[in-house]
Write a protein that binds this ligand. Structure first.
Ligand code: PEP
Ligand code: MN
Length: 332
């Protein structure tokens, strides 16, 4: 439930009303604009008499909202959130590109790729050290060594790093990682979400393979309700009956999320399509759909990649995609 207060509500009146709500067992999330104060009520609001509330002098309007996500909801927080990832801002007009290999494979590979993506205009370096593979016999990542190599690449290029975390026990290893990626397969790993929620680390939360937009937002809510507001959402394709592409890029989800939430939204054309040839058009589509950032896989020698070989771009191809992205941005 949301209570929009009248412009002339005094601080004392707002405090009294807040205390009354709290005495009814609901938490109050206050959003202060230049003119209007909005009180978002979190919890069981069934006991609150909406007509009584509407009758109060300082109340302008009261709305029951059906969405169970409160902290991620744009209704409570109309302005875009801007998330700082190691000095790079994402959201609210700040556009970012996270690029790098699917997996960190060697020192030479990650450093060469980091230099190449930086040169082409990427603002963050991505790379998996813990890989959630469908088969237990496939390459599982370099683990701690992979994180160490990413940090080395950061030291050389200055690019903040994004890497996937798979369990709460790994948090100490990610101490110096700028952004924790929660992969599609872990979008509803609630213990992981809660543990990350207790930190203040920026999180790139990827949409689950078969998750609805609301389920993605509820997962964001898990992180935010523990006290971490630094959540960035990612559309990375969903499972449909189509098999030509690896997944189906739900581009409209980017625009829908921009309407529903103030959190930044990232488009990942690499996992959405699984095909290097589709990265350029789908990057442009994500940009014009309102994405605040893109995540794109780049490898110095994709044909030799230990994971996701078919979707990774060579550095010169990535350069071309960056030019297309800039062109798409210029028409917005
Ligand atoms: C990845 O980013 O390499 C990855 C595994 O992504 P997703 O969780 O979206 O499949
Ligand atoms: Mn990948």
């Amino acid at each position: 439930m949301i209570a929009v207060l009248k412009e002339n509500a005094t601080e004392q009146q707002i405090r009294n009303l807040t205390e009354w709500f709290e005495s009814q067992g609901v938490k109050v999330n206050r959003s202060q604009g230049d003119f209007v104060t909005i009180l978002g009520l979190i919890g069981d609001t069934t006991k609150i008499d909406i007509d009584l509330l509407r009758g109060l002098d300082i109340v302008d309007n009261v709305m029951r909202i059906t969405e169970p996500f409160k902290k991620a909801n744009r209704k409570f927080h109309p302005e875009d959130s801007v998330i700082d990832v190691g000095g790079v801002k994402i959201g609210g007009g700040n556009f970012a590109v996270m690029a790098g290999p699917c997996s960190v494979e060697s020192e030479e590979q990650i450093i060469e790729t980091a230099k190449a993506v930086k040169e082409a205009g990427a603002t963050l370096l991505r790379g998996g050290a813990y890989k959630p593979r469908t088969s237990p016999y496939d390459f599982q990542g370099l683990h701690e060594e992979g994180i160490r190599l990413l940090l080395k690449a950061k030291e050389i290029t200055g690019l903040p790093i994004v890497s996937e975390i798979m369990s709460p026990e790994q948090l100490p290893v990610f101490e110096e990682v700028d952004c924790l990626q929660v992969g599609a397969r872990n979008m509803q790993n609630f213990d992981l979400l809660k543990a990350i929620g207790k930190t203040q680390k920026p999180v790139l939360l990827k949409r689950g393979l078969s998750a609805t937009i609301k389920e993605l937002l509820m997962s964001a809510e898990y992180i935010m309700s523990e006290g971490n507001p630094n959540v960035i959402l990612c559309e990375r394709g969903i499972r449909t009956y189509e098999t030509y592409t690896r997944n189906t890029f739900d581009v409209s989800a980017i625009s829908v999320l921009k309407e529903l939430t103030h959190l930044p939204v990232v488009g990942d054309p690499s996992h959405a399509t699984g095909k290097a040839s589709l990265i350029r058009p789908m990057s442009m589509a994500a940009v014009v759909s309102g994405a605040d950032a893109l995540e794109i896989e780049v490898h110095t020698a994709p044909e030799k990649a230990l994971s996701d070989a078919a979707q990774q771009l060579k550095p010169d191809e990535f350069k071309g995609v960056m030019e297309a992205i800039n062109k798409a941005r210029s028409i917005l």
